[in-house]
Write a protein that binds this ligand. Structure first.
Ligand SMILES: *[C@@H]1O[C@H](CO)[C@@H](O)[C@H](O)[C@H]1NC(C)=O
Ligand SMILES: *[C@@H]1O[C@H](CO)[C@@H](O)[C@H](O)[C@H]1NC(C)=O
Length: 501
């Protein structure tokens, strides 16, 4: 986007930033975080990965999950010592997982192969499916699923495996794949279990008030491609939100026992959730090391200034799955628009973000050398990079070797939730799996990344009740413009980075 198209006030922000940098503000890390906004969060115990992973036992979702589409679901998977598994996927019409639509029963075998070369810390696995059956909980759910079949020959054959709407029997299980099904109709309906081809098991101790710490085991399975058409071919390189052991899960977890006792005929109906209005004001931090497809390990730290609708964020990148070996840090800042409820993803809020300023700090030798050798017209202009020293890249419109282009607009999807401990969680839209960025409304996410945790809500003296929310600019301060599509980056790293590192 050429600078001339930028909303006027954001150009001012941009110029203002340059002046501030020139005045020597760069490098000092001028935001000072409260201890509880540090990473890792002080109340998080270190995690240990189990290598090779032990899959045996029952694993469950800890809440309602959102997959690209959107699809709302809960999962309950059981792995047996003889490598067989039985998996339930319960699909819903609503984002609180209270109105079951259909349930899948999936049986097969999984075999762990080797440590992944692509995703450090993960194990690759092969799987084979014996049976996939579907139970529809309403006639409408049957029509929705049948509507996914296209006009191909396979689809026409598979259409016969599903009953016509008038002949639907509540409680009947229809086989999509199995001994009696000559075709894989699960695949024709876009169903795969490729998530089983990338596995990681982690253990951590959850501190308990007035009691011994509790063991929590998490099972990370491969991510789901954001483009439905790609799902059948995509081999995961990142993870979904983890399942937890039904025997060792975090507490409290009102959904856990409901999901653990369910089967295809009795899908779990999760407890009602209080809808939280989106109040971004404050600082939000990753509770742990995040893994992105195309293999990036990072932690994020954002500040949203509700009164002038501006934001700033730190993306700390690492080369290892425990986020201990830093590679570089990106600081980015800009403005965002007022949120509007999403029609496509119920429960979500649509926003537009713009990134107008960015700075980079190389944190290892390889990245420092790479930046040192970048074109003088990119990455902040001529001048040497040094390990640990921050440089502004706004004036050169970003830094192409790292895939950062400025100014940059992103169409976003946000949602807030409160977890059972009362912490506020912020879900930000999942990045397109192909490494592109959601820079058009059509590419706006329909699912979410791992949530950030609110670590300081009363930032800058604006309490959430008095203006530190989206729609309420207050007097004073320089508000970000109210013009239509505006400001962010929630990470614009492209495969360019991978070729370098
Ligand atoms: C970066 O470039 C400067 C000057 O060209 C040089 O002194 C320095 O050693 C280089 N650093 C690295 C890590 O390549
Ligand atoms: C918004 O307000 C915060 C704190 O009050 C300030 O640091 C920031 O620079 C402001 N942003 C803009 C674009 O005015």
């Amino acid at each position: 986007m050429p600078a001339a198209m930028l909303p006027y006030a954001c150009v001012l922000v941009l110029l203002g930033a340059r002046t501030a940098e020139a005045a020597g503000m760069a490098g000092a890390g001028h935001l000072r975080w409260e201890p509880r906004c540090q990473q890792p969060l002080p109340n998080r115990a270190p995690v240990t990965a189990l290598l090779p992973p032990r899959l045996d036992g029952p694993w469950i979702s800890t809440g309602c999950e959102v997959r690209p589409g959107p699809e709302f679901l809960t999962r309950s998977y059981t792995f047996y010592p003889n490598r067989l598994f039985r998996a339930y996927q319960f699909y819903y019409r609503d984002p609180s997982c209270r109105e079951p639509a259909h349930s899948l029963l999936i049986k097969g075998r999984v075999r762990l192969r080797r440590a992944s070369w692509v995703t450090r810390g993960a194990t690759e696995a092969d799987y084979h499916l014996y049976k996939v059956g579907v139970v529809f909980h309403s006639r409408r759910a049957l029509l929705d699923v049948a509507g996914r079949l296209d006009h191909s020959k396979v689809s026409r054959d598979c259409a016969h495996r599903l009953p016509p709407a008038w002949a639907w029997l509540p409680g009947a299980l229809y086989e999509l794949l199995g001994a009696g099904a000559e075709r894989d109709c699960a695949a024709a309906l876009g169903f795969t279990m490729h998530e089983l081809s990338l596995v990681r098991v982690q253990r951590r101790l959850q501190p308990e008030p007035r009691a011994a710490p509790r063991l929590v085991e998490e099972l990370y399975l491969g991510d789901i491609h954001t483009d439905r058409a790609e799902r059948r071919h995509y081999r995961p390189t990142g993870y979904q939100r983890p399942l937890q052991s039904a025997l060792h899960h975090a507490h409290p977890c009102p959904a856990c026992s409901l999901i653990a006792r369910s089967d295809e005929h009795h899908p779990p109906v999760l407890p009602p959730q209080v809808a939280l209005p989106l109040r971004l004001g404050g600082r939000w931090v990753s509770p742990g090391c995040e893994v992105r497809p195309a293999v990036l390990f990072l932690t994020r730290l954002f500040t949203f200034h509700g009164h002038n609708r501006s934001w700033e964020g730190y993306y700390h990148h690492f080369s290892d799955p425990t986020c201990r070996q830093p590679t570089f840090t990106v600081y980015a800042a800009g403005c965002y628009t007022k949120g509007t409820p999403s029609a496509k993803v119920r429960g979500g809020t649509e926003l537009v973000f713009q990134v107008t300023r960015a700075r980079i700090t190389p944190m290892d030798r390889v990245t420092t050398a790479m930046l040192n050798f970048s074109e003088p017209s990119s990455c902040g202009g001529p001048g040497a990079w040094a390990l640990g020293a921050e440089r502004d890249i706004t004036a050169t419109n970003g830094c192409l070797p790292l895939g950062i282009r400025l100014p940059h607009v992103e169409y976003e999807l946000f949602r807030m939730e409160r977890d059972p401990l009362g912490q506020s969680l912020l879900f930000i839209g999942q990045r397109p799996t192909d490494g592109s960025s959601p820079d058009t409304p059509e590419k706006r996410p329909t699912s979410y990344q791992a949530p950030l945790v609110l670590c300081d809500s009363v930032a800058w003296g604006f309490s959430p009740q008095h203006g530190a929310q989206l729609q309420t600019p207050v007097r004073g301060g320089t508000p970000c413009p109210h013009v239509a599509p505006l400001p962010i980056l929630l990470l614009v790293l492209r495969p360019a980075l991978l070729q370098w590192l």
